[in-house]
Design a protein around this ligand. Structure first.
Ligand code: FES
Ligand code: FE2
Length: 331
């Protein structure tokens, strides 16, 4: 996969609660990063390499809003500019080339996001996570799979009766109604009226690697009523959010956000365990799919009208972004 088209987008690199007083080492699209939270609460993200002697900046420490290298104490501001070289005698200037490669970083929905180039779109929306009447939890998973494969699996619902029987679907009800794909500014959306589990699921895909899913009960008035913003406050709504961080082309960190406006007194661990057991059911399939990279040439696999419409739209959209999958190895 050529990763250049993926660089100007936001990706989660950590949960905000994973970042403590010091910098954290992480990886995005093959690039090793040092990410830290400064005293002011703002985030900094650098290529994890000090220009002086190649020491990972993630070995250093945070001083105010700056990151200090562990080897000779050079300090770098959020912009990447070196602001202090302790060994320089009085009056000798800091060389102009003394910089860290800095990337845009910010916190949103409880995650820390980084883009490797000036981002062309905003962090994908997760409205329930910003709504105090919901309780939001995050679980994260490390998959040996390509990120587009991971996200395509989330938009696929025809696998529910087979991979998640009794949880998300029922084998005696394998047929889903056709979905209509609606193009949006940052991707596309569709609604699945699922009689089998009495749920309405509204999917919003934010290219390239995020997806929000609104899940409500199937009301007697049908999906339009269930989706209206006037939804009764006692309605049980779940907001799900999925974002993939490509660690490399074939390795992914999968961030799963789950927001509920009911069972608020129930232990979060119960929900986290449920999300993990469902996600594990998917992992054994997705890690085994071949080729490893999502085939963007539509003739490479067989697509069914109806249930495969989101996947077809997704593959076309990634191809339009200029992404090319490696048909290559099947190892
Ligand atoms: S290697 Fe970073 S300050 Fe010398
Ligand atoms: Fe699944």
């Amino acid at each position: 996969m050529n990763t250049a088209p993926l660089r100007p987008y936001w990706y989660p690199v950590a949960r905000a609660d994973e970042i403590g007083d010091g910098p954290m080492s992480t990886q995005l699209l093959g690039e090793r990063l040092a990410v830290y939270r400064g005293k002011s609460g703002r985030y900094g993200a650098f290529r994890d390499l000090c220009i002086h002697r190649g020491t990972p900046l993630s070995l250093g420490w945070v001083d105010g809003d700056e990151l200090v290298c562990a080897y000779h104490g050079w300090a770098y501001a959020e912009s990447g500019q070196c602001t202090r070289i302790p060994s320089l005698p009085e009056g000798r200037p800091i060389p102009a080339k003394a910089r860290a490669s800095a990337f845009p970083a910010r916190e949103r929905h409880g995650l820390v996001w980084v883009a490797l180039e000036e981002p062309v779109s905003d962090v994908a929306a997760f409205p329930e996570a910003d709504d105090p009447s919901y309780r939001t939890i995050w679980t994260t998973y490390h998959w040996k799979a390509s990120a587009p494969r991971v996200i395509e699996n989330v938009m696929d619902f025809a696998h529910f009766p087979w991979v998640h029987p009794g949880v998300l679907g029922h084998r005696e009800k394998p047929v889903y109604p056709d979905v209509a794909i609606e193009r949006t500014g940052g991707g596309f959306a569709y609604t699945v009226d699922d009689e089998a589990t009495n749920a309405i699921r509204r999917y919003t895909v934010s290219l390239p690697l995020a997806l929000h899913m609104w899940v409500g009960r199937r009301g007697a008035a049908g999906p339009a009523a269930a989706l209206a913003p006037t939804t009764a406050p006692d309605e049980r709504i779940t907001g799900l959010f999925f974002a993939a961080r490509p660690i490399t082309e074939r390795e992914t960190m999968f961030y799963f956000g789950h927001a509920r406006n009911f069972a608020l007194d129930q232990a979060d661990a119960v929900w986290a365990e449920r999300n993990t057991s469902v996600t594990e059911q998917d992992r054994r399939i997705v890690e085994a799919q071949r080729p490893e990279e999502l085939p963007l040439d539509l003739s490479a696999e067989l697509h069914l009208k109806g249930s495969d419409a989101p996947a077809v739209e997704y593959r076309r959209a990634l191809a339009r972004m200029g992404i090319e999958a490696q048909p290559g190895s099947t190892s």
